[in-house]
Design a protein around this ligand. Structure first.
Ligand code: NAD
Length: 388
């Protein structure tokens, strides 16, 4: 694994847990973790359960006793690490968004396609697909339970940079993060809604906004937290969006709205998706991730209404491996499910989803959003739109 902070910890937890929960055709051995600071990565290895710590990711790729490289670094290093790992015949799990630009994502996808011929698998970490209620949502939609999809309404809202004195962490710098709220959280709702509907976004009309243009430089930072040590006197420019909003058309005829913001005061990690169809609706709210709201318009009028499905039955996706019905799960379980599906795919020689092709298509949507926000007019998403 490369990177050991927020996602590194979430992925480590998944690798530690997955064989204890799921019956799988292969066993995970957590061989080595890579970071740039020898002391810190060594401490992280002990804390997170890795056998060894190294300071150059190329050392991981060169080893024969490592089969899979898990990339948990910011977007500026995804392409270089993933392409080198795939060329060396390693399987790759890469955090989202796949890359910082469409060109990088295309190169990564080409590398994944070449590596596939040699049996190496590549997957991108859009983990919310693996929340059981989201998987159930996709199953209900695919089974026609809400009929023809008319509306998709998605929002991913956070508030961690509302304070203008919050420092200029890597997520606010285009050269490291690629984009702001758009690629960080907007990318998740693009992938999630395309996964659930089975439809691809074909075009967008967007606006983006950067509310705070200048911020203090950080003394130290990791993930979503940071400190300043000079009272915030030295500042730098914010080079990404703070919020991105867009309308979209999907290739199955649905229309959609998307909102991604880091300025939604009071919203910590508020991800909501509602889908309205000709025969019903489904609603997911990450803050109630064990639940799915389902409105079935085919039952007698007098009995119609949104009902809450508690997604903890053994009949629900992934849940038979966990606890008795009603014994709820949380955020980290989506990463364990991601690890499970990747191991299954690697061991059985099938392609895991979301593939790099899927993640490249998300990248093209993000690119269209930025183009439209700049031009003020509709932007088509570059083709091809691979099958969902
Ligand atoms: N799936 C999700 O829900 C989710 C959530 C958060 C972040 N992410 C994604 O995960 C990735 C990492 O985000 P994070 O929040 O974990 O960031 P983070 O700042 O918490 O951790 C980044 C880690 O990468 C290391 N690193 C940075 N550049 C490196 C390099 N060149 N070589 C080796 N190590 C390097 C840092 O030292 C740190 O350990 C990003 O792509 C982000 O978009 C995904």
């Amino acid at each position: 694994m490369v990177g050991y902070a927020f996602m590194g910890a979430a992925h480590s937890q998944a690798w530690r847990t997955v064989n204890r929960v799921f019956d799988l055709p292969a066993r995970v051995r957590m061989v080595a973790v890579c970071g740039r600071d020898a002391e810190k990565v060594s401490a992280a290895a002990g804390r997170l359960g890795w056998d060894e710590a190294v300071t150059d990711w190329r050392a991981l790729i060169a080893r024969d006793d490592i089969d899979l490289i898990d990339i948990c670094t910011p977007g500026d290093s995804h392409a270089e690490i993933a392409i080198a790992a795939l060329a060396a015949g390693k399987h790759v799990l890469c955090e989202k968004p796949l890359a910082n630009t469409v060109a990088e994502a295309e190169a990564m996808t080409a590398a994944a396609q070449a590596a596939r011929a040699n049996g190496a698998r590549a997957m991108c970490g859009y983990n919310y697909r693996r929340v059981p209620a989201v998987s159930l949502m996709a199953q209900l939609v695919a089974a026609g339970r809400i009929g023809t999809i008319r509306h998709v309404r998605a929002a991913y809202l956070q508030d961690w940079i509302v304070d203008p004195q919050f420092p200029l962490v890597w997520r606010l710098r285009r050269e490291i993060a690629g984009s702001g709220a758009l690629g960080d959280i907007g990318a998740h709702i693009v992938d999630l809604t395309q996964f659930v509907t089975g439809q691809r976004i074909t075009g967008v009309n967007a606006m983006t906004e950067t509310f705070i243009a200048e911020r203090p430089l950080p003394a130290g930072s990791s993930g979503l937290s940071a400190t300043t040590d000079d009272g915030g006197a030295v500042t730098g420019a914010v080079t990404v969006d703070d919020a991105a909003l867009f309308l979209a058309r999907l290739d199955g005829g649905a229309v959609a709205t998307y909102e991604a913001s880091r300025f939604a005061t009071g919203r910590k990690n508020g991800l909501t998706v509602e889908i309205n169809g000709s025969r019903g609706s489904v609603v997911f709210d990450l803050e109630r991730l064990n639940e799915l709201q389902f409105y079935d318009a085919t039952v007698p009028t007098a009995e119609q209404g949104f009902r809450r499905i508690l997604v903890t039955e053994a009949a629900h996706p992934y849940m038979s491996a966990w606890w008795p019905p009603g014994h709820i799960i949380g955020y980290e379980h989506s990463f364990t499910h991601q690890a499970r599906d990747l191991i299954e795919a690697v061991a059985t020689g099938t392609d895991p989803r979301p593939s790099f092709e899927d993640a490249l298509q998300v990248q093209r949507v993000l690119d269209a959003v930025e183009q439209s926000a700049k031009s003020g007019i509709w932007a088509e998403v570059r083709k091809p739109h691979p099958a969902p």
